[in-house]
Write a protein that binds this ligand. Structure first.
Ligand SMILES: [Zn+2]
Length: 263
């Protein structure tokens, strides 16, 4: 027994760590980090641990779509352009974006991930309080969500909206954006059934691929047209380049077209 107890602890900790990957796909994984940080650190040598059971969604049921379905919103409908920020809320970058938007006196749309909204309700509350638009971006950024069963899609979107409304009880969530832009007719239909329009984009500078700030700025400002919806990211990784680009992007777009809140 004296030997077994520490082994069990090590195995348990390994399971805890490997079970809560970046995506945080399991309920309660958001509370795993503090437990790890206060635990004794035995620096376990890699031993053959049983691979954690996958509790994620079942395999997709539909073929990969070949094109975009009908019914996607891609422009603002007016001359002004819209800024959209995906994959937050993030405790480092979302406040920086909000500060920049407030300083420039412009509104944006935040496509938030449900599991992150549950973890950072104060940030969701600030987004709403400062007059920005909220958009459902699925519970855990499941890029295959549109290929799953209608019931699975509905459950995911409802769970995400519920997490947003836990933070902001009277929140309006007029938009849904499919992770990865992997739209299907089915996900568009379920979003509509739940009162959300499907929000795509016009300009994607691919800031998620970590180009430099000046590159992001150049991509956005050269591709922007009247009515453009610009896709940027305030979560999901190191967004320092996006943050520095935003200073220029906001100023440039505001001057050339005006920045409008999506409605
Ligand atoms: Zn995303």
């Amino acid at each position: 027994m004296p030997l077994r107890a520490p082994l069990a602890l090590v195995l348990g900790l390994l399971l805890l760590v490997t079970g809560c990957g970046r995506a945080g796909s399991r309920p309660g994984s958001g509370t795993a980090a503090p437990a790890w940080s206060t635990a004794p650190s035995p620096t376990p040598t890699p031993v053959a641990t049983p691979s954690p059971k996958r509790t994620g969604p079942p395999p997709p049921v539909r073929p990969r779509p070949t094109g975009l379905p009908a019914g996607l919103r891609k422009t603002t409908g007016v001359r002004g352009v819209a800024l959209t920020f995906d994959d937050g809320p993030d405790p480092v970058y979302t406040p920086q974006v909000l500060d920049q938007l407030r300083a420039a006196r412009v509104k944006a749309t935040f496509c938030v991930i449900g599991s992150r909204a549950r973890r950072y309700p104060d940030l969701v509350a600030r987004i709403a309080r400062e007059g920005h638009q909220l958009c459902n971006h699925s519970w855990d950024h499941d890029i295959e969500l549109g290929r799953r069963s209608t019931a699975a899609i509905r459950a995911d979107l409802k769970r995400t909206s519920a997490a947003i409304r836990d933070a902001v009880p009277d929140a309006r969530i007029p938009f849904y954006r499919q992770p990865g832009g992997r739209w299907t007719a089915e996900v568009v239909a379920v979003a509509k059934e739940l009162g959300m329009r499907s929000l795509h984009w016009t300009v994607d500078p691919q800031d998620w691929a970590k180009p430099t700030g000046p590159t992001i700025t150049k991509r956005v400002t050269t591709a922007a047209r009247p009515g453009a919806v610009v896709l940027l990211h305030d979560g999901g990784g190191d967004r320092r380049a996006t943050m520095s680009a935003c200073r220029h992007v906001i100023k440039d777009l505001k001057r050339r077209y005006g920045i409008v809140k999506l409605r």
